[in-house]
Design a protein around this ligand. Structure first.
Ligand code: M7G
Length: 377
């Protein structure tokens, strides 16, 4: 097998992955070729989330040898070798269709496990309806901030990284300065094998910055350092041109300790949607122009069905409800679901009914195989 780009640390988990028992499918993304599953291991009372994702192709895996090299050794795994099993589906004139099974080394599937998984994790990995919220500074202070102070994912994994307790050998670069320093390391989402799909995180050492909202002019040195030192380290380690890197923050993030996402612009990494991402370059520029930009700006973000924050915003103004269009001002507002039948979730539904819908939505009929079903994450 070829050397992985990152050697991952080996820690024994408390569960046996092969003994996973499926409860239901949370999402099935046919474009990303990933599936998120809810189930259990030994303990039926503890939920587990398992995400399987087919690996992207590496260019070295389709390389072929010239006849003069054929006798040379050692050989790198390639699709085009004697190990390839070929089943012919049909051949018609100049067109051929096959199912092929390459050598074992090329059949790996990336598997991510969250165990034990909380209800919040299950929401995050489930398919659902999404809504855009326009968060003014006032709404942030009155609704978002109190909510996230009382309900957010644990940051233990972040502190484990910053305190060198976990993933230490995966660190690509560290600047230890408590004010402007950060740790750069591979994101959980990256398989660490393929530079084409490189996905790194830059986690700042400073502890009191929850998200973009907290950034101000005093953080410019830290942000500039994050940008420049990450680019330098990535060029040194992976040979990637700094002008080909996408660096951005999520708003809202899942984890409220400031971190920047970094991946190559030519790769459509998960979570790069415009409704969620804020380019580091733009953030720096906004702060240069107006040091309190993020305390004054209205920031849009996405909330998904099942998230309690959506209910809190719904009390403030209609979100799931849309006004009826037209001249008749007297007409009552209608629920979107009443206006036309949509395949979604409503508050009145029993959880069992929602689950059935989730599976239905997440498991397309063969004809719909090209449909993308996106997780909330
Ligand atoms: P986010 O913007 O807070 O959330 O990014 P989201 O992108 O999941 O919505 C957090 C990032 O941290 C994500 O890209 C995760 O894949 C990554 N991540 C999460 N965990 C639990 C870990 C971890 O334990 N180790 C590493 N290296 N990355 C993680």
């Amino acid at each position: 097998m070829t050397e992985p780009v990152e050697s991952s640390e080996v820690k024994s988990p408390s569960y046996d992955l092969s003994k996973f028992r499926l409860k239901r499918i949370l999402t099935n993304n046919t474009v990303r070729k990933s599936i998120s599953l809810l189930g259990t291991f030994d303990d039926p009372a503890e939920d587990a989330i398992v995400v399987l994702e087919k690996n992207a192709y590496r260019e070295s895996e389709v390389a072929t040898e010239s006849p003069s090299e054929e006798s040379g050794s050692p050989k790198k795994p390639s699709y085009f070798s004697a190990d390839l099993k070929v089943d012919t589906e049909f051949v018609n004139n100049i067109y051929g269709s096959y199912q092929v099974v390459p050598s074992r080394d090329l059949c790996g599937v990336k598997c991510t496990v969250v165990y034990p998984a909380t209800e919040k994790h299950i929401e995050k990995y489930s398919v659902c309806q999404k809504y855009l919220i326009q968060e003014t500074p006032d709404l942030y202070q009155r609704i978002t901030l109190p909510y996230l102070s009382s309900s957010q994912f644990s940051l233990e994994w972040v502190y484990n990284i910053l305190e060198h307790k976990q993933e230490t050998e995966r660190i690509v670069f560290e600047d230890k300065d408590p004010e402007t320093g950060f740790i750069l390391l591979p994101d959980l989402k990256w398989d660490g094998r393929n530079v084409e799909t490189l996905y790194l995180l830059g986690i700042v050492h400073k502890h009191d910055i929850k998200s973009l909202r907290d950034l101000n002019g005093s953080h410019l040195d830290m942000l500039r350092n994050l940008r420049q030192s990450s680019k330098d380290a990535i060029f040194k380690r992976y040979g990637l041109n700094p002008n080909q890197l996408r660096m951005y923050f999520h708003y809202q993030p899942s984890f409220y300790h400031l971190h920047v996402h970094i991946n190559p612009v030519r790769n459509d990494a998960p979570g790069i949607w415009c409704e969620k991402s804020h380019m580091l370059d733009t953030v720096i520029n906004n702060l240069e122009l107006m040091p309190d930009y993020y305390q004054r700006a209205t920031l849009p973000f996405v909330l998904y069905e099942g998230n309690k924050l959506l209910d809190l915003y719904e009390k403030e103004r209609p979100i799931r409800v849309v006004p009826v269009q037209g001249d008749d001002k007297e007409q009552p507002k209608k629920e979107l679901a009443d206006a036309e039948p949509v395949e979604g979730f409503s508050d009145e539904e029993e959880e069992e009914e929602r689950q059935c819908k989730r599976i239905k939505l997440a498991t397309p009929e063969p004809k719909e195989a090209e449909t993308t079903v996106q997780a909330c994450a």
